[in-house]
Design a protein around this ligand. Structure first.
Ligand code: FMN
Length: 436
């Protein structure tokens, strides 16, 4: 547990974040913001004003086509389409801020390690250490098909491949020491080739022969995040991540998952407890009744089919085959085992029906809501942080940017008054602030 709550803000570079049909809400500005630098820079400035550690861009790089084996509902409702690239937003948002970190999701099945380190380290260099990488192994069949892989790669094998991916990234990151850069104007020597190691990696899945593409930086690597929560996913997180993102639908689930992650950390010989940020969706209004009414208003417009299109893509299972009112059991999947387990476990340890799971996915992909007045939301966040021993929270907005504004203007000052949240940034870089 940190001595202060750490906060990140989830965003997605598409028509809505987790709240399906968010784009249809009169308050929402994100759809127009897809063609407007100022929209993203405004969000970044608001988050920096609220002393957030950073933004986290989730990414679904291709349109889900698992539900009824079709892209139709995903496209029709904007449920997982369009799939704009979050990477340019890192530069746009970093340019408008001084402290805010910007984490971006990049899948190890959707690119090569050389291109990943090139893109991420270029941005980290430009922003002086304010970039983070959410390393995902790419659970989405749509991504695999879009990238010409022909079929979905089996679950555990994706992580084996991702291990190789990370080995190459680290070789590239470690191959140019800072003293290799001479910048000697008198001799014309820019760099000392004798100090630069050319990477020549040949693995089972991946290979790379290259000189590292980016100058070494005093700010080191991008901050590494990971969110796999299956057994194999957790091992990968322990091997590679500095911060773990997780989703659990309720506090008992968070407590249980913290225990599992602490055990996994010990088994991996780590002396420190894992730093875990749980997903949370605040809905803030001046009264509890108004906040609940806002939640209902957002939920009412979402068709079951739009939810099931997204959920089927994440589960890797066509959910049109199931009776929505029968309890669901975990199924074998090559997609996201962790998110399936988190979605299908009831707070009391019982099962949930597909309709109940869909109700929770509609607004927040199984992330629990805290709904009420600013005082209530702040008190609940502090309670959850203390009860679970987590590092902090990764907030999911409903509509943008108003729900982010509400949180920063109304809840952050209360958390600060309660002494559980920073009033100014401790450091310069994303890592310094996250680790403070
Ligand atoms: C908070 C959170 C955010 C995630 N964001 C993404 C994402 O943006 N893109 C993605 O492909 N997977 C994302 N995932 C999925 C995981 O990274 C992981 O691929 C998935 O849970 C499957 O791994 P597992 O079977 O080991 O749990 C996210 C998971 C969590 C918990």
């Amino acid at each position: 547990m940190a001595n202060k709550i750490h906060l990140m803000q989830m965003l997605i570079h598409t028509a809505c974040t987790h709240t399906l049909l968010g784009w249809a809400d009169p308050r929402d500005e994100q759809l127009d913001g897809l063609q407007d630098f100022a929209y993203w820079q405004g969000l970044a400035r608001t988050l920096e004003r609220g002393c957030f550690d950073g933004v986290f861009f989730a990414d679904s790089p291709a349109t889900h086509a698992v539900y009824k084996s079709s892209v139709v509902p995903s496209v029709q409702y904007g449920a997982s389409w369009p799939n704009h690239d979050p990477m340019p937003l890192v530069a746009i948002m970093a340019a408008a801020t001084k402290h805010l970190g910007i984490g971006v999701t990049l899948s190890t099945t959707g690119t090569t390690p050389y291109l990943a380190t090139r893109r991420l380290s270029t941005l980290n260099y430009l922003s002086r250490g304010r970039v983070g990488w959410n390393i995902v192994s790419g659970f989405s069949m749509a991504e695999h098909m879009a990238n010409g892989m022909g079929a979905q790669m089996p679950h555990d094998e994706r992580y084996d491949q991702a291990d190789e991916f990370m080995a190459i990234c680290h070789e590239l990151w470690n191959s140019v020491p800072r003293d290799a850069i001479l910048k000697n104007a008198a001799t014309g020597q820019f760099a000392d080739p004798a100090k630069i190691r050319q990477v020549d990696f040949k693995g089972k899945y991946l290979s790379c022969k290259a000189v590292a593409p980016v100058l070494p930086s005093e700010y080191g690597l991008p901050v590494l995040f990971q969110a796999g929560s299956s057994g194999r996913g957790m091992k990968f997180a322990m091997d590679h991540a500095e911060i773990i993102f997780a989703i659990q639908g309720h506090v008992p689930g968070m407590i249980k998952s913290m225990e599992q992650l602490r055990t996994a950390a010990k088994e991996h010989g780590k002396s420190e407890a894992p730093k875990v940020l749980y997903g949370l969706q605040p809905i803030v209004r001046s009264t509890d009744a108004q906040a609940r009414a806002r939640m209902d208003e957002l939920k009412e417009r979402i068709p079951l089919e739009a939810i099931l299109a997204r959920l089927s893509g994440v589960f890797g299972v066509d959910l049109s085959q199931f009776d929505p009112d029968r309890p669901m059991k975990e199924m074998e999947t090559q997609a996201s085992r962790g998110l399936m387990a988190a979605t299908l476990s009831g707070a009391d340890g019982g099962t949930v029906t597909l309709r109940q799971a869909a109700a929770q996915w509609a607004l927040s992909v199984a992330i629990p809501q805290v709904v009420g007045t600013p005082e209530h939301v702040a008190a609940e966040i502090e309670r959850m942080w203390r009860e679970t021993g987590c590092y902090g929270f990764n907030l999911s907005p409903t509509t943008n940017p108003d729900s982010v504004d509400d949180f920063v203007d109304q809840v952050v000052p209360i958390l600060q008054k309660r002494g559980v949240y920073r009033t100014e940034y401790e450091g310069e870089t994303f890592r310094q602030n996250l680790m403070a």
